[in-house]
Design a protein around this ligand. Structure first.
Ligand code: GCU
Length: 422
């Protein structure tokens, strides 16, 4: 698929060439061109009645919201199918300051289907909280350490050191800057990661070689009842299954996190799986933390055109018609309440609509308020690198769509804050 970006005054047209057929999808990056839009109040039921208290929120309105997201956007979130776990390799790292485990999580009846998790932990007498997140190109690309198993699953060719969808040694460490393991363990936290393509390769036919197809019988769900983002999110829950049996880990304090499409997956995982104590969405954009009804940056139509496998079929009904969606992404963030949530943007990442991410989080605060948890305490989006809020927190890093050391330092401060409070 070839993407061409054509600038036309302030409106951006993205020309998508797909199977020889091309279409122009308009996209706006001018604040003055954003038309007015209406958001549903999180504390009002679909029929307009008000939610009176926490009990009603938890027993009625929250399930109503989750069902709407299932039906219109992400699909079902199946239960577990984990049979067993095995720590395949354990080593001391960082001059004795930490340890590293390479773990297999067996998913089906046959031991041939497993996930490879890479876990770094500080040396500690007490169990430690862990950040759990998916990576884009195999555990081996998160560090230069040659002892990490080279991933032999399908990997997109646009990653360094990958050709014919196969990783080579030269892909080691290609995204190491996104995983500052030593920094994280030096602050007393662990970090677990897993290659998202092990759950479902990221292309329209990927489901045939992923859990949606391979675990269809065990999970009792047809592949079209969920989609790729759902499969990736579901994998994060399987990582949590493992963390719960690892004695070095305090699995009641797992923070699920993700960047970009994997941030969308992290949010969906946190919405469905309340075992995650908190969530971090980094530059997750459209279909993640950003409002869809705000016409800025990527749109539902772009998502459905470039990535038809990410969402359920029904989502196509809203291409070019976001205003008809019965929900918007602020409700996804609200469904995570009262658990702490951190949303981040990057100043040059207009495609992900930083302001739309901020506004969604601000709106979600209405539900946190029910629990007497303070919202962002600021109406306008803050300047770059001025984090705001406490348990509901936001920052906009200076620069491009990425996850950098600046972001991680803020995540660690956030973790210190939310866990110290308990
Ligand atoms: C594309 C896509 C985004 C996504 C991003 C990523 O830019 O349009 O929705 O978040 O890829 O995952 O890096």
């Amino acid at each position: 698929m070839e993407k061409k970006i054509i600038y036309c005054a302030s409106i951006l047209f993205i020309l998508v060439q797909f199977n020889g057929f091309s279409q122009r999808i308009p996209s706006n990056i001018d604040e003055d061109q954003v038309p007015p839009f209406v958001l549903t109040h999180p504390l009002k039921y679909a029929d307009g009645k008000k939610v009176k208290n926490i009990k009603e929120w938890e027993n009625s309105r929250r399930p109503e919201i989750l069902n709407l997201f299932k039906d219109h956007i992400y699909g079902e979130y199946p239960g577990a199918s984990v049979i067993d776990f095995k720590v395949v390799k354990e080593d001391e790292v960082f001059a004795g300051k930490g340890k590293r485990k390479q773990v297999q999580i067996y998913l089906g009846k046959s031991k041939e289907l497993f996930l490879n998790v890479l876990l770094y932990l500080p040396i500690s007498k007490a169990p430690v909280p862990v950040f759990a997140g998916l990576n884009f190109c195999g555990n081996h690309c998160t560090t230069f350490d040659s002892l990490i198993f080279l991933n032999d699953n399908w990997i997109a060719d646009n990653h360094k050191g990958v050709s014919n969808n196969t990783a080579s040694d030269s892909s080691r460490g290609s995204q190491a800057h996104r995983w500052p393991y030593e920094e994280i363990i030096s602050r007393g936290y662990g970090v677990a990661t897993l290659y998202y393509g092990e759950l479902e390769p990221d292309h329209p036919e990927g489901w045939k070689n992923g859990v949606r197809s391979l675990l269809k019988e065990e999970l009792r769900i047809e592949p079209d009842k969920w989609a790729a983002i759902g499969a990736w999110a579901w994998g994060l829950s399987r990582v949590q299954d493992y963390l719960e049996i690892d004695k070095d880990v305090d699995a009641k304090r797992t923070i699920v996190q993700g960047h970009s499409r994997l941030g969308k997956a992290a949010l969906w995982a946190a919405s469905n799986d309340t075992r995650f104590a908190a969530v971090i969405s980094n530059n997750s954009g459209e279909g993640g933390a950003a409002l869809s009804k705000r016409w800025f940056g990527e749109t539902i139509e772009h998502l459905n055109s470039y990535f038809p496998h990410w969402f359920v079929q029904k989502y196509n009904d809203y291409s070019g018609k976001a205003e008809e969606l019965p929900i918007d992404q602020h409700l996804l963030l609200a469904s995570i309440a009262p658990r702490p949530i951190y949303v981040t943007s990057a100043s040059e990442d207009l495609w992900a609509d930083p302001k739309g991410e901020f506004l969604a989080l601000r709106e979600a605060g209405k539900v946190y308020k029910l629990y007497k948890i303070a919202g962002l305490a600021i109406k306008e989006q803050p300047q770059v690198e001025m984090p705001v809020g406490k348990k509901i927190r936001y920052h906009m890093r200076k620069g491009k769509h990425d996850i950098q050391l600046y972001d991680w330092i803020q995540f660690l401060d956030f973790a210190d804050y939310i866990f110290k409070e308990k």
